[in-house]
Design a protein around this ligand. Structure first.
Ligand code: FAD
Length: 531
């Protein structure tokens, strides 16, 4: 079994489960493999936090595998182009005749798997690839014309109906692997595989000790931590005091299901001044938690034999959010150009962005300007734009590697419409800093905010960041938590500090007038190509 980057669990893992079944059926031991591929991490703008999270999970997985006498061989390989060849060398060295893995839907990864398939044929090793990332895999939910949906509402209606029509098929839990016989430890060749260890870091992705400790506190590794965080979302109440670290076992948190985060999700999900959402993106994007487990748990919670399709209930609304993840994975596989720096709506490829471009000789690998480097972009990244809700968002990302969905939307809209900076620069910065960075969801989110994507926010619906701030952070707790300069400010000034207040508190003045910026964005989107 070849474990992939976003595959980090033992439970409900289709490829692993099937590999174990086959090994038992033909009476051979199961061996597990993970290949660290630093060149892929650079090419895909992986954040150091994400790589550190992967390593922490690998350490926990290695213990679980070893308890079952399954060797978990971890190795590092570059160049990435020859990774399939390296895997087949190992397969031959250890006399494996079957290979099991879960699919990844990014273009490079699909190309890699085509090569894996070819090598399997050439070497007479049976290759078995599985869909494991989604509730319903890409290619199933199609329009009447047989194409991928580009509008979410009809996609969702089709998705929930398809799911409820074949629940067993989509969400049945795959059993954990069975143990190998103890005797594997005496095997001359295989026993050495037990000796590999998880490296402390991947070169180029080191975290400072302090940051690494902070990440461990915010995002504990391992499947049981993920399940506790799910439980916390299903069973406990949202608090404003938990905007930072999560303590899923905090005493007294159990407050009854009526007021739980999921029960209140429909009304409270956009509220950033309390910890209202699940925070499971970190575990879902690395595959530490199965998305199907989330669906099964919602059914257990409502005691229903069907998945809740009623989006006016908290549970139904949450399920609908989970389906966005499938939707965007589908967009990436039906329209892979979106991952190559191209807008889904080609007409907006001519939109004029502010020119904060780095010198031409810097490596530009994709279309568009994702190597922006200028004062305004720097202040956006640093959280010193002078717009408190944007600054709180960007500081939360810097500190935790994560921020609430609405906050991401406000910051992305501000970058692309107020500062008129190319969405690809923001997309890249998020990937390089988020711990839950997922190409499909991140690209989907950015193209929605930039009005260039499938089913996007229309270009003329430009968020006013101050109004958004008042709605999403009514008590101001979110801003005060992340922007200490404003800790003593209450009322409207917190959302839009006048220059005198900003100056007094050592907080930056706003860089740009929202209504003038709005006019500029409307002009440029209305007539792409003109200033
Ligand atoms: P909850 O509200 O508890 O939702 C549960 C789960 O549903 C999430 O964990 C996630 O897996 C899925 N989900 C919810 N909303 C979305 C959505 N809009 N798109 C896709 N899946 C969704 N999500 C990522 O996982 N990785 C990213 O890199 C990422 N980048 C984003 C960039 C931008 C500009 C925007 C606007 C959104 C982005 N999202 C991304 C989607 C969303 O913001 C996060 O999934 C969400 O904030 C995670 O918090 P949560 O787990 O508490 O969510």
């Amino acid at each position: 079994y070849w474990m992939r980057f976003a595959d980090l669990r033992m439970s409900d893992n289709r490829a692993l489960s099937q590999a174990s079944d086959r090994a038992k059926a033909i009476g051979v031991p199961l061996v597990a493999l993970f290949v660290l591929s630093p060149q892929d991490y650079v090419a895909h703008d992986r954040s150091s936090r994400r790589i550190d999270f992967v390593l922490r999970n690998l350490a926990s997985l290695q213990n679980s595998f070893h308890e079952l006498n399954i060797p978990f061989y971890i190795t590092t390989h570059s160049p990435r182009k020859t990774l399939p060849e390296r895997v087949f060398e190992l397969l031959k060295e250890y006399e494996c005749n079957h290979l099991f893995a879960n699919l990844e839907y990014e273009v490079d990864e699909l190309r890699r798997d085509i090569r894996v398939w070819e090598l399997g044929e050439k070497n007479e090793i049976q290759v078995n690839l599985f869909h494991n990332k989604n509730v319903i895999e890409p290619g199933v939910i199609l329009t009447k014309q047989g194409r991928g949906y580009t509008v979410y509402s009809p996609y969702w209606r089709n998705w929930i109906a398809t799911l409820n029509n074949n629940l067993e098929g989509y969400i049945e839990e795959s059993p954990e692997p069975a143990p190998n016989a103890e005797s594997i430890k005496q095997d001359k060749k295989l026993s050495s595989l037990f000796e590999t260890t998880v490296p402390d870091y991947v070169e180029g992705f080191e975290l400072h000790e302090k940051e690494s400790a902070r990440m461990e506190e915010y995002w504990p590794a391992g499947e049981s931590a993920a399940k506790q965080i799910l439980e916390r979302f299903l069973k406990t109440r949202a608090r404003s005091s938990q905007l930072g670290a999560v303590d899923p076992l905090a005493p007294g948190a159990q407050n009854g299901e009526k007021h739980s985060r999921i029960a209140k999700y429909k009304e409270a999900r956009d509220q950033m001044d309390k910890d209202t959402t699940s925070r499971l993106s970190v575990y879902l994007s690395s595959g530490v938690l199965s998305i199907r487990e989330c669906i099964r748990q919602t059914m257990a919670l409502s005691g229903s034999k069907k998945v809740d399709a009623n989006t006016s209930s908290g549970v139904g609304r949450w399920v609908q959010e989970l389906a966005w993840r499938d939707f965007y994975t589908g967009i990436l596989s039906h329209y892979p150009r979106v991952s190559m720096g191209r807008p889904y709506l080609e007409k907006y490829s001519e939109v004029v962005w502010e020119d904060h471009q780095a010198p031409q000789d810097s490596a530009i690998k994709r279309e568009g300007r994702d190597d922006v480097d200028g004062e305004m972009f720097r202040r956006w990244k640093d959280g010193t734009t002078g717009v408190p809700i944007v600054d709180a968002t960007m500081r939360s990302i810097r500190e935790m590697g994560w921020v609430h969905n609405r906050a991401r939307m406000i910051a992305a809209m501000y970058l692309t419409k107020d500062l008129m900076i190319d969405w690809r620069a923001g997309e890249r910065y998020f990937m390089q800093n988020l711990i839950d960075g997922d190409l499909a969801s991140n690209n989907g989110g950015w193209q929605w905010c930039a009005s260039t994507g499938v089913d996007p926010c229309p270009y003329f619906r430009i968020f006013n960041p101050h109004t958004q701030s008042t709605k999403a952070d009514p008590t101001g707790e979110f801003i005060r938590n992340w922007v200490p300069e404003l800790r003593k400010v209450f009322g409207p000034d917190l959302h839009n500090p006048p220059p005198s207040v900003a100056d007094k508190l050592g907080y930056p003045r706003t860089m740009i007038d929202h209504s003038a910026a709005r006019d500029r964005a409307l002009r440029r989107f209305k007539n792409p190509g003109t200033e």
